[in-house]
Design a protein around this ligand. Sequence first.
Ligand SMILES: NC(=O)c1ccc[n+]([C@@H]2O[C@H](COP(=O)([O-])OP(=O)(O)OC[C@H]3O[C@@H](n4cnc5c(N)ncnc54)[C@H](OP(=O)(O)O)[C@@H]3O)[C@@H](O)[C@H]2O)c1
Length: 350
Amino acid sequence: MAIEQQIDGLLRHVGLRVDHGLTPLSAALVVLAGVGALTAATFVLRLTQLFADVYVLPGQSVSKFGANKKDFSKATWAVVTGATDGIGREFALQLAKKGFNILLVSRSPEKLGAVAAEIEAATPGVRTKTQAIDFALGDERQYEGLQHTVKDLNIGALINNVGKSHNMPVNFAETAEDEMEDIIEINVVSILRVSRMIIPGMVARKRGLVLNLGSFAGQVTTPMLATYAGSKAFLSAWSQALGEELRRSNITVSLLNTYFVVSNMSKVRKASAMIPTPKQYVAQALKSIGRNGGAVGRPYTSTPWPMHAIVDWATSTILPRGWLLNYTYGQQVAIRKRAIRKAEKLAKST
Ligand SMILES: NC(=O)c1ccc[n+]([C@@H]2O[C@H](COP(=O)([O-])OP(=O)(O)OC[C@H]3O[C@@H](n4cnc5c(N)ncnc54)[C@H](OP(=O)(O)O)[C@@H]3O)[C@@H](O)[C@H]2O)c1
């Protein structure tokens, strides 16, 4: 059968009759052009949405969650885990400035005291509490201590920030077992347990904000950081389920999909357009509450930092997954080699 007849048959089969003087071939071209135009329009629409979210549209106001910077005695509390360094410390400082009282949760009592003092000096009137807990231990007594501290607090925001990655990229088969277990205790179990303690109160009060610190490693999937990547992919799925359940109780849930930020964990010291400081990153995240940013079309997920947003959009829209896995694997092999060289140099010099 000639190609034109085959196309004609196909068009008629899907219900497109060719009765307007068009040959089957040109009718097929019209259909293809329509599909192409639709695809291009979706592409442009999504890109426009990304830029509008990142640069133009305002996020939800924190007053919706009970922040009150005029009178802290009427303000709700924000609970921040992993609050003594990096992104968590910035969330604590900036949420206080926006009118929340702050409960800082982290491992070391000395660092918790220092950050609480810093917050009180920077934001007169704010109330702070601290709770030392080492999430890696999964210790019941420590969780009970936290439960005791939160039980009478009117909590308006929960920032599930605490997280641990691998010391350096490593094949899963060679991952130290204690490192693997710590990552799951800290990145998965602690988030579930702390959220289970705090969210029922939010549901009862019909008000709340839950921000979960996700990672591109969970979105793109990073070989040689397999356990960390898996833990962040868990957070991504969990956040979406939670978001859908809790929106019915007027609670906003968002997974913050994060690429590199200057911090101890990332081991990046110098900020750039691609790698913000924690201060820059948190300011942008708090400006964009409830907006997708670069996570266009992914509910309850936000990629707030502009350059991260573009990378997120490109990796989830354009780049093939297999190519990305191969590229990321090569990147991690190079990072591991550098980390080993650095460790060897350090060992020689001491
Ligand atoms: N930085 C990045 O490039 C990046 C990228 C993607 C996602 N993220 C995510 O962002 C979050 C924060 O990362 P970060 O870079 O800000 O980390 P960071 O600078 O290393 O700070 C980690 C914080 O967590 C606390 N912490 C660590 N282990 C703990 C434990 N076992 N129990 C209780 N607290 C513990 C630390 O307390 P101590 O002071 O006691 O150590 C510190 O306050 C993590 O969930 C991470 O996965 C970061």
